[in-house]
Design a protein around this ligand. Structure first.
Ligand SMILES: NC(=O)c1ccc[n+]([C@@H]2O[C@H](COP(=O)([O-])OP(=O)(O)OC[C@H]3O[C@@H](n4cnc5c(N)ncnc54)[C@H](O)[C@@H]3O)[C@@H](O)[C@H]2O)c1
Length: 443
């Protein structure tokens, strides 16, 4: 494999020297320049050779034509936690899958050569977006056959890129997972959330409309309900979101529903509750970027404490009107969640819209969650009980009867400890997320 690190440090030591604002020519500079050109040419040639051998390189054409009996699904956010699990399930079920991988920092990434370089470089270096190229690599290794899986680097906030993706590919359906998805972060940087969630969903919808893609499965959230007084939450419960994340998702839902009134698109909106777990076979997991930990979800916080990355767990609020005083949430296993997506896709009908809660219908308290996590990890996690955090609501759990009735879906993995045990196995074997080679898995 290529050693990018060494190449970079070499060029640094050979730079011309700057002393007191003056440039002193380096005698080795000319040689360096020729060397760099040669290196770039070699790297390019290597990129082309490697990518020509890669299945996704040779199969562009099968992604650009509709094929009888094959459903081609665009999975946005497919390098993220839920999207990667959904892509795995779709591939297992013989769907053709295109994953969009977000690289926000690089609109120039559409350049062909750059894309080639990125493909090789990031397969080794992991992500610069919120998703994980490591997850894509796992999927590619599992499904190397031509015409099964391709991935495209693009920022969904860039309309030109989005339009290009849709004009070059023949999608039958879109599962739109891509989003920034942390309540805490959304209160600190609301504009990012309205842009990334609401505006990007509008862009995806416009592209679907202009390219005749007829089925949308949309990732929404129970955060769109806000703090309803009455539990459980049904799909009829009034949506009164209380943070920018929930508001941005609700606005995206509204845009989809307004558009749908005059369209023959099949739309399914899934409002997930709190997602936990990971692939039971240990191929994929949840690996948020370290800087997002502080905004993170409870399972990540428990695992970080169990691994000693953080000194312990902070539970905020012990005086809620719940059985043990801590907040109650509805935890849905990602395996069940992706199953709901496949059922939604199977049941999607033109001109119809389906809105479904995806939860277990049962709430668990934070104390219960922590106890389950202690048992799952085998670590006696230190827990500090602190005062309430503003904006947290006492109790949230779903009524999932509509999705059972209409899609014949119900949660199967409802034992918290078991779901956490599965996730913990992956966490233990991937101490740096997808950044390192997996260690041997053990239970
Ligand atoms: N995890 C949960 O508990 C939960 C609960 C309810 C709803 N959801 C929703 O599920 C979806 C997936 O969540 P997740 O937990 O897998 O998040 P994640 O952060 O693991 O994955 C999100 C993915 O979207 C990509 N993305 C974001 N903006 C993009 C852009 N502009 N262009 C291209 N790609 C972009 C990220 O890079 C990442 O790969 C989100 O829409 C989220 O709102 C998640």
């Amino acid at each position: 494999m290529l050693n990018f690190g060494r190449t970079r440090s070499q060029s640094r030591t050979n730079r011309s020297m700057s002393l007191g604002g003056m440039e002193y020519p380096d005698p080795k500079r000319k040689n360096n320049f020729v060397g760099k050109i040669l290196l770039a040419a070699t790297l390019t040639a290597l990129c082309i050779i490697m990518l020509k051998q890669s299945p996704s390189f040779n199969t562009t054409s099968s992604f650009s034509i509709h094929e009888a009996g094959v459903t081609h699904v665009l999975v946005t956010g497919g390098a993220g936690f839920i999207g990667s699990h959904a892509a795995l399930r779709l591939l297992r079920d013989q769907y053709r899958v295109t994953i969009v991988v977000g690289l926000f920092w690089m609109k120039a990434a559409s350049s062909f050569l750059l894309n080639l370089m990125i493909k090789i470089f990031f397969l080794r270096q992991d992500n610069l977006s919120r998703g994980n190229i490591g997850a894509i690599k796992v999927l590619q290794e599992l499904f190397p056959e031509p015409g099964r899986l391709q991935f495209i680097y693009a920022d969904l906030g860039d309309p030109k890129s989005v339009n290009k993706i849709f004009s070059e590919n023949a999608f039958d359906a879109v599962m739109h997972f891509a989003a920034v998805a942390y309540v805490g972060e959304s209160t600190l940087d609301p504009l990012k959330y309205y842009h990334n969630i609401t505006s990007n969903t509008l862009g995806v919808l416009e592209a679907m409309a202009s390219h005749g893609v007829k089925t949308l499965i949309y990732s929404s959230t129970c955060a769109t309900y806000g703090e309803p007084e009455k539990m459980p939450i049904t799909e009829e419960t009034l949506q009164l979101p209380i943070n920018p994340y929930g508001k941005a998702k609700k606005m995206a839902e509204d845009i989809i529903l307004d558009f749908h009134k005059n369209s023959d698109m099949a739309v399914m909106i899934l409002r997930y509750f709190n997602v936990i777990g990971s692939d039971p076979e240990g191929r994929l997991g949840e690996a948020p970027r370290p800087e997002l930990r502080e905004h993170g979800r409870i399972s990540g916080a428990c695992f970080d404490a169990a691994r000693g990355i953080t000194p312990g767990l902070k539970v905020r609020g012990t005086d809620y009107k719940t059985t043990d005083g801590t907040c109650i949430r509805d935890y849905i296993d990602v395996t069940d969640l992706v199953d709901a997506h496949v059922k939604a896709l199977e049941h999607a009908q033109p001109r119809k819209v389906g809105i479904y809660n995806v939860g277990t219908g049962k709430g668990s308290s934070v104390k219960e969650f922590v106890e389950a996590c202690k048992k799952a990890t085998g670590v006696d996690i230190k827990v500090d009980f602190l005062p309430r955090r503003p904006g947290d609501y006492a109790e949230v759990f779903s009524d999932p009867s509509k999705i059972l009735r209409e899609l014949n879906w119900s949660a199967q993995h409802t034992n918290l400890q078991e779901s956490l045990q599965v996730a913990w196995r992956w966490q233990k074997a991937h101490r740096d997320g997808y950044g390192t080679s997996p260690l041997v898995m053990s239970s």
